[in-house]
Design a binder for this molecule. Structure first.
Ligand code: ADP
Ligand code: MG
Length: 615
């Protein structure tokens, strides 16, 4: 039997469990700290490495978790308010309080900063991280900068977790369970949506993901992991003061994630282990070398980080995993054992029925009128081509009619509904799917995963179901659907390759397969044949004819006149943002304004078009 990474994980966990009673106390304590830090680093892996958001405030969330339980379990005020509650229950109330306060604070921070683009989240968490440190130090009742002591041990019934060895079991069992849940989450429909948050939000919205909600959830999850670590820390140390929750430590957590490998859950654990061990060594060595005034660790960490970024920009875990992968067989995907559900399918409208209507669309960029009062209709069962020289406004028009950009004036109706300023996912829900002129894919993920993402709206299970692997039936169906579309687009052999490794032309096909996986009624294709060889173009044309026959409405931007004129039922020509002609291909090609536009802009294109008609 060949070994998989899953076997390796089980063996490592068993080895740790068996060795646990025998490890020297100092090692146990070290392991406990690694586990506590790893919980926080795990949140940062999710937030930063996978979700593309940076937080400098994670240590402050750890502090919230720690101080909440410290206050509830020790303050006379809390004792008064909670008189009658058994003492053994207080730490659990402390956990509850920590979770509630953390959710509240993180939600407010997120609601204010997440909708803003750029570095607002990083700056806000920075400010929050700095200020909370002083709040902990100065708020009456929290023991000032000396802190709170006499925090009780955790107990389960009569059983007290007083020893470091017992407490470590709790830390590591929680850590491993959470890693399992997060691993499951990332390996699901919801996980694919999360992975698209980093650098692919427009694409994610266009397949139906509510990216604002997903970002908020990720931010809350990372904050909760930090607060949980803080709660454990408080009952492990039995003492808290503000120092471990200051900005320096937040930066150390970021180091952990980055050095370990912020794109991988295990990277968080590896980073936590490396930094903890290194810090411990440095604490012995540095004062000896440099005297004990000043915080030299951070300098050493900074240098270390530079070195890692230079040598292994994605962190150390991918190096380690890459080396191991040569000896490992890929694990059997867990959805294979679940029988697939039946995915819902749309009922296509009658051929000829109006499915998309754009009325007097005007869009300007500063002084430039990119779209000037453009009217366009698209019917079920037709291929409508949008042509025009570079810069004529075709891609801008696509963005406006798919909700990615909003028109200055004019309106779009999809399937009879006026869309106003609705987000792209509202268009996707009504059956619109699109590709992009500049390909938008998850380059590191497989072709299959990319196409599965297109079927996002055809699944319904949420984060919890994904974490608990309760959605495998649905996942199986989504994967089958993606495989069907890959087959259709001639990509079946590339399913397991990283999408970014394909030639550009085939990446466009991945986008088409992704669009089709959503079972659309309307398909918008922005230059789908660019980069394809002539045989592949023919195959694409065949596919589009076949799709048209099933009742799909297709709007296509394409420069290859031979391709377009042989395929399209109707052609609309844009020039300088204006629709100058619209009608059947032969009529449009004979239109004097079109001839002039093309002779003026690009003689060769029109010569192509003439040949195509002659052919
Ligand atoms: P096409 O797809 O027909 O080649 P585009 O729609 O991409 O044309 O662009 C139309 C015009 O609008 C071009 O002049 C382009 O430079 C301009 N444009 C497009 N997007 C933007 C933007 N985000 N900001 C400013 N100008 C833009
Ligand atoms: Mg364009």
């Amino acid at each position: 039997m060949a070994v998989t990474s899953r076997h390796l994980t089980v063996v490592a966990v068993l080895a740790l469990a068996l060795a646990w009673p025998l490890l020297p106390p100092f090692t146990v304590t070290l392991f406990n700290y690694i586990g506590l830090y790893a919980l926080v680093a795990l949140g940062l892996v999710l937030l930063t490495g996978i979700g593309g958001m940076t937080s400098f405030g994670q240590a402050a969330f750890v502090g919230l978790g720690a101080y909440a339980t410290a206050w509830i379990t020790t303050s006379p005020l809390a004792a008064q308010a909670l008189a009658g509650v058994p003492a053994a229950l207080l730490p659990w109330l402390g956990l509850l309080a920590g979770v509630v306060v953390t959710l509240l604070v993180a939600w407010i921070l997120g609601a204010v900063t997440l909708p803003l683009s750029g570095h607002f989240l990083a700056l806000a968490t920075l400010a929050w991280g700095i200020s909370l440190y002083f709040v902990f130090g100065n708020l009456p009742g929290l023991g000032g900068f000396t802190g709170i002591s006499n925090i009780p041990a955790l107990s389960f019934g009569n059983w007290q977790l007083k020893s470091s060895r017992l407490f470590g079991i709790l830390i590591w069992v929680l850590l491993l369970l959470l890693m399992w849940a997060l691993h499951n989450l990332l390996d699901s429909r919801q996980g694919r949506a999360i992975r698209a948050l980093r650098g692919n939000r427009i694409m994610a919205e266009s397949v139906g993901v509510d990216t604002g909600q997903a970002r908020m959830r990720l931010f809350l999850t990372a904050a909760l992991l930090a607060a949980l670590s803080g709660w454990l820390y408080a009952h492990f140390q039995r003492f808290v003061n503000p120092t471990p929750f200051n900005l320096n430590i937040s930066i150390e957590y970021l180091f952990m994630a980055v050095v370990g490998g912020s794109g991988h859950l295990w990277g968080g654990v590896l980073g936590a282990a490396l930094i903890t061990l290194l810090k411990q060594q440095l604490q012995d060595v540095l004062p000896f070398l440099l005297g004990d005034s000043g915080n030299f660790e951070l300098v050493v960490f900074g240098l270390l980080m530079l070195l890692v970024m230079q040598r292994a920009p994605t962190g150390l875990w991918p190096l380690l995993a890459g080396a191991c992968r040569r000896f490992l067989r890929p694990a059997r995907p867990s959805w294979q054992d679940a029988s697939p559900v039946q995915l819902g399918a749309r009922i296509p409208p009658q051929a000829g029925q109006l499915v998309l209507q754009a009325q007097a669309i005007t869009k300007t960029f500063g002084g430039l009128v990119a779209n000037d009062a453009i009217d366009l209709t698209l019917n079920a069962g037709e291929i409508h081509a949008l042509i025009g020289p570079n810069g004529a406004g075709k891609s801008t028009f696509f963005n406006v009619i798919s909700g990615i950009d909003h028109a200055d004036s004019g309106g779009v109706s999809v399937a009879g509904q006026r869309m106003g300023r609705k987000p792209p996912r509202a268009f996707a829900q009504l059956g619109m799917a699109r590709t992009f002129q500049h390909v938008r894919i998850l380059r590191q993920r497989t072709v299959l995963e990319n196409v599965c993402l297109g079927a996002y709206l055809r699944g319904s299970r949420g984060w919890l179901a994904a974490m608990l692997r309760a959605e495998r039936h649905e996942e199986h169906a989504l994967v089958l659907e993606a495989q069907r579309q890959l087959e259709r687009c001639g990509l079946a052999d590339d399913a397991e390759r990283a999408a970014g490794a394909l030639p550009l032309g085939r990446q466009r096909l991945v986008e088409i397969a992704r669009a089709l996986a959503g079972d659309p009624l309307i398909l918008l294709l922005d230059e789908p044949a660019a980069g394809l060889r002539s045989l592949e173009k023919q195959e694409l044309a065949d596919l589009l004819r076949q799709l048209r026959a099933t009742g799909l409405a297709i709007l296509i931007v394409e420069h290859d006149m031979g391709f377009v004129m042989n395929l399209a039922d109707r052609v609309t020509v844009l020039e300088f943002g204006k629709a100058i002609a619209s009608g059947p291909p032969a009529q449009v090609q004979a239109d004097p304004r079109v001839i002039e536009a093309y002779l003026g802009a690009d003689h060769a294109d029109y010569a192509d078009a003439g040949e195509a008609v002659a052919a």
